[in-house]
Design a protein around this ligand. Sequence first.
Ligand SMILES: NC(=O)c1ccc[n+]([C@@H]2O[C@H](COP(=O)([O-])OP(=O)(O)OC[C@H]3O[C@@H](n4cnc5c(N)ncnc54)[C@H](OP(=O)(O)O)[C@@H]3O)[C@@H](O)[C@H]2O)c1
Length: 292
Amino acid sequence: MSAQVISGTEISKQIQAELKDEVAQLKTRGVAPGLATILVGEDEASKVYVGQKLKTCDRLGITSFHHKLPPDTKEPDLLKLVDQLNKDPKVHGILCQLPLPKGLNADKILLAISPDKDVDGFHLLNMGKLLSKKNMKEIEEEKMYLPCTPHGIIQLLKRTNIPMSGAEAVVVGRSNIVGKPVALLLMAENATVTICHTGTRDMGEVTRRADILIAAIGKPKVITAEMVKDGVVVIDVGVNRLPEGLCGDVDFNAVKEKAKAITPVPGGVGPMTIAMLMVNTVKATRKLSGVK
Ligand SMILES: NC(=O)c1ccc[n+]([C@@H]2O[C@H](COP(=O)([O-])OP(=O)(O)OC[C@H]3O[C@@H](n4cnc5c(N)ncnc54)[C@H](OP(=O)(O)O)[C@@H]3O)[C@@H](O)[C@H]2O)c1
């Protein structure tokens, strides 16, 4: 069996097409969605990510306000910029690209972003809201900003008609930006969720139980064919830069022979993260402008 390759690129295009119409409708009602991006320093990967986000804004008709700051930016100056953006009515969403250079406390900066403009979904208040909700119905009713990568993963599964309710889901990785929130969302979708990390005793024993396996590790090809069962659905979040190019956390060629469906790297989760950032920006625009 060779797996269905789930194209995040294609699914993100569908979502962007839906959003483009929404943005155009908002504009006819006098509201122009605006996203402010902050890039501090010269990290090459961050430059690429922010560049992709700005291009996507452009394509959808979302106004972007880009702020490029030098690597020696001082915390009070960054906080001052965040404060200005919080107060700017043209800005509906604020994204501060991580990681920040040494000397800047990311937790402090993220906390300074208004929770109403927190389109990354990283503010403690928004993370707490997610933690407090029991199921997807409650999450949707709250109209909250879900963290982009985890939300993108759920959309990939939904739009590929992969059943989550009752599924055995295993998440490898427990970071605040991917592992933990995706586990919460899968649980809200009624999956039975197990999280693995570096303290897990026999990871293969756990991952082989998975109907849905999410790899958010940040190390190349940790998930091998021996670690999955036949018919598994694999979502590979990892982005690892090797001399021969980008690769995920999953040994794609070997695992795809056993999987029912699998995401590629690149072209899987990455484009979905950007699409969900745009979803949050449109949501923030509606929330802040009062236009339903
Ligand atoms: N495509 C996208 O849009 C997107 C978005 C975000 C992140 N990413 C990528 O996804 C990957 C993960 O990102 P992250 O921010 O979650 O990384 P992170 O903060 O470094 O977390 C990695 C997690 O993996 C666990 N881990 C590491 N090695 C392991 C091993 N050998 N066995 C079991 N668990 C292991 C760590 O466990 P401990 O907690 O025990 O240390 C940790 O919980 C990275 O490659 C990142 O670039 C992609």
